[in-house]
Write a protein that binds this ligand. Structure first.
Ligand code: G3P
Length: 214
């Protein structure tokens, strides 16, 4: 399973890169708004940081506007992936972008039927938001299982990018479904590497080494 970092903060992205365990970046308008600069300015540095795929979302909601923005985003870097919201207008945009070879990520997926439609129009990635479904008392991971199964049934090449991940348990369950990618906030990424017994074991090894017979 690939790991993407869900962030628009270049320092955080650089830190994630230094760990050697990340394969891409996802951003969204809320994450970019937190940085406080214009979208294209923020993503320019992120795109230049590596050849990782970087998802960058359009703001327009009509097909024509989304397409105009998508072509501008695609020009920012060859690793740019245009993030398009899951609407009928968005699907029409993805259909054209896919025919033109522009990479797309259909976002705000909350049902398997939506994921099926996104795959049909040639999306490269679909982003089911599992944490937000859990927040509503639904089972976000079941959505991922359903999408993975449907894509297997029909041989779709669209990658399932599990988003709105809030915990390391989410990552574990996503990996068990066979989903292609988990996009995770920095906090969750760092937690994945941690275990209290690792810390305790390391402390003991170092203590024993310090007290060795010389
Ligand atoms: O990748 C989508 C993600 O940023 C949304 O996460 O926690 O706002 O639901 P969250």
């Amino acid at each position: 399973m690939k790991f993407f970092i869900d962030s628009a903060d270049i320092e955080e992205i650089r830190k994630a890169k230094s760990y050697g365990i990340v394969d891409g970046v996802t951003t969204n308008p809320s994450l970019i708004a937190k940085i406080g600069t214009e979208r294209d300015e923020t993503v320019k540095d992120i795109l230049a940081e590596s050849d990782w795929p970087v998802s960058i979302e359009v703001i327009s909601t009509d097909t024509e506007g989304m397409l105009k923005e998508a072509y501008e985003i695609a020009k920012l870097g060859k690793n740019a992936v245009v993030k398009i919201p899951m609407t009928l207008e968005g699907l029409a945009a993805v259909k054209e972008l896919s025919a033109k070879g522009v990479k797309t990520n259909v976002t705000l997926i909350f049902s398997a039927n939506q994921a099926l439609l996104a795959a049909k129009v040639g999306a490269n990635y679909v982003s089911p938001f599992i944490g937000r479904l859990d927040d509503k008392g639904e089972d976000g991971m079941q959505l991922v299982r359903d999408i993975v199964q449907i894509y297997r049934n029909y041989g779709f090449e669209t990658e399932v990018l599990v988003a709105s991940i809030r915990s390391k348990e989410h990552v574990l369950q996503a990996a068990l479904t066979g989903a292609h990618v988990s996009t995770v906030p920095m906090k969750v990424l760092e937690e994945l590497a941690k275990h209290e017994l690792t810390d305790a074991g390391l402390a003991k090894f170092l203590e024993d080494w310090k007290n060795r017979k010389k």
